[in-house]
Design a protein around this ligand. Structure first.
Ligand code: GDP
Length: 536
């Protein structure tokens, strides 16, 4: 039996992030194919296929053919137990993705080689930097015409503000794509595909050294010459491979490949597993000390809550990132925020396309706990003493706002219960307008579609009909100053700026545009604003 520390040391837990359509799903699927976790392509949420059935718990998902929920894919490969934290494909549900990143030890950023850094990539990257986790870049779709690789790496550096270290280098792209040069082995790995997607076939890789005349034949004389020039330039650049800089998120190793044609996926996985960190230590806010993953007693925090797929049962699944020790099904643990000891009833883990009951799990793993409605996002559960408590998960800035008002005033109780429970679950954020009652609330969401989900769920699960009035706010800032230090009413603000409180008593300002944010900062020099709530 492997020891507790061996079990933990073998864990690698990461999330894949991308702008929609860059190839996240395809890459995930290829990783599962390579590692033998699935046998056929198309099993991972091919937009209307097998995997979809798992998360297909809401009509909205079915109607619009998108995957709203996220889960965890676990597999073992070369002695490592790998957890891929799956994230919703649709950007309207990116708040779930943001929270999932709080439970990951590394991120893989997939970039479409023709498009470069896109809007959603930037947002997700910003969230990754909150935790300084290592970020690995996979530049995808080399089988299509892509931008110049020097351009792409420069864009990553300037737009995202992270150093790049190309681990391999592409030879041509599109019809002219011939393979990559691996900078570590100094070999050319030739692309043998016909440029088309045979999704399940592994592409043959042929190795040959740079300068070898045989390469002229393999990749073409001109490509060979360009490659030698490129590599000379790269080797001459003075950014060395610095593992420490990778581990702290200051340098991103960059891989070029084509997920669809399977090219470059296996070398990427191998290097990634070599360089990605073991489970990271989270901070205990009670002592300010790190809780080492090898602490024998179990501890973890809730980063995501998923409502029951069966709408007649209010139970939910609370996804817990295990931060230390070992989880055993049915064990007792202390729920810090609820201040009581509970039995951790059911552990489920999402395998590639079915749910399996988990009997035991270790630091770095994710377990889905049965939740009768007691957990909120960010809650800590821990066994043994001394007790620990993990930091709150940051609250991410919603981008759309609406005032939601109950239509039938007799249903006040259900309305409040509904919005509060859905907010607790993390589906929406709710705000109280200063001086207003609870017959209406301001709801903030990252994507507009979440408002549709809210209306539907209030109606079907709580029997409450609501009306919705969009509000013109686009920028949200949490006030960092203490209430004693700064009175919200006394701030000098433009007339269209909203003053509200969140569920945890945090104070915020809602602005209609960036200009008014700057205006407020200039007029109120003592005011300290943050784009994230609860950042510790
Ligand atoms: P996601 O939205 O990031 O999960 O992207 P998907 O994996 O669903 O891919 C979006 C589209 O790009 C799909 O039609 C894929 O078949 C296609 N695609 C993904 N990877 C590649 C690639 O390496 N080459 C090409 N040509 N197309 C790709």
């Amino acid at each position: 039996m492997p020891s507790l520390s061996d079990q933990i040391a073998s864990r690698r837990t990461f999330a894949i992030i991308s702008h929609p359509d860059a190839g996240k799903t395809t890459l995930t699927e290829k990783l599962l194919l390579y590692t033998g976790s699935i046998q056929t392509a198309g099993s991972v949420k091919g937009k209307a296929s097998a995997r979809h059935a798992v998360s297909d718990w809401m009509d909205i998902e079915k109607e619009r053919g998108i995957s709203v929920t996220s889960s965890v894919l676990q597999f073992t490969y070369e002695g490592k137990c790998v957890n891929i934290l799956d994230t919703p494909g649709h950007q309207d549900f990116s708040e779930d993705t943001y929270r999932t990143l709080m439970a990951a030890d590394a991120a893989v950023m997939v970039i479409d080689g023709a498009k470069g850094v896109e809007a959603q990539t930037k947002k997700l990257f910003k969230v990754c930097t909150l935790r300084h986790i290592p970020i690995f870049t996979f530049v995808n779709k080399l089988d299509h015409d892509t931008r110049d690789p020097f351009d792409l790496t420069e864009e990553i550096e300037t737009v995202l503000g992270i150093g790049t270290y190309p681990m391999n280098w592409p030879i041509g792209s599109g019809r002219n794509f011939r393979g990559v040069f691996d900078r570590n082995s100094r070999h050319v790995i030739a692309f043998e595909g016909d440029g088309h997607a045979n999704a399940t076939k592994k592409v043959n890789e042929i190795e040959a050294e740079l300068g070898d005349p045989a390469l002229d034949e393999l990749i073409g004389e001109e490509n060979h010459r360009t490659l030698m020039d490129d590599i000379e330039l790269l080797d001459g650049a003075d950014n060395e491979f610095d593992l420490e800089a990778v581990r702290t998120g200051r340098l991103t190793p960059v891989f070029f490949g084509s997920a669809l044609t399977n090219f470059g996926v296996e070398p990427f996985l191998k290097d990634f597993l070599r360089l990605a960190p073991e489970p990271l230590a989270y901070t205990d806010v009670l002592t300010g000390e790190k809780v080492e993953p090898s602490r024998p007693e179990f501890s973890g925090f809730v980063f995501k809550i998923q409502a029951n797929m069966d709408r007649h049962h209010r139970d939910r699944i609370a996804f817990v990132r295990i931060c230390s020790g070992k989880f055993e099904r049915g064990m007792s643990a202390y729920h810090v925020q609820g201040d009581r000891t509970i039995k951790l009833a059911t552990g489920t883990s999402m395998m590639a396309d079915d749910r399996a009951i988990v009997d035991e799990a270790y630091a770095g793993d994710i377990v889905g706990l049965f939740d009768p409605g007691i957990f909120s996002i960010g809650d800590t559960v821990c066994a043994g003493k001394p007790r620990v408590q993990f930091p709150q998960i940051p609250t991410f800035a919603p981008e759309h706002f609406a005032r939601i008002t109950q239509v039938d005033t007799l249903k006040r109780k259900q309305f409040i219960k509904g919005v509060e429970e859905l907010a607790q679950e993390g589906a929406i954020q709710i705000f109280r307008e200063l001086g207003m009652g609870m017959e209406s609330v301001i709801v903030g969401v990252v994507g507009v579609l979440q408002l549709d989900v809210l209306e539907r769920r209030l109606k079907s699960e709580y029997g409450v009909e609501v009306s919705r009035h969009p509000l013109p706010y686009h920028e949200i800032r949490w006030i960092q100053n203490d209430p004693e230090e700064l009175d919200m009413a006394s701030l000098n603000l433009s007339r269209d700026t909203g003053r509200v409180e969140d569920m945890r008593g945090g104070r915020l300002l809602l602005f209609t545009n960036e200009f008014n944010v700057n205006w407020a900062e200039e007029r109120n020099p003592e005011l300290r604003l943050s784009e994230f709530g609860n950042v510790t």
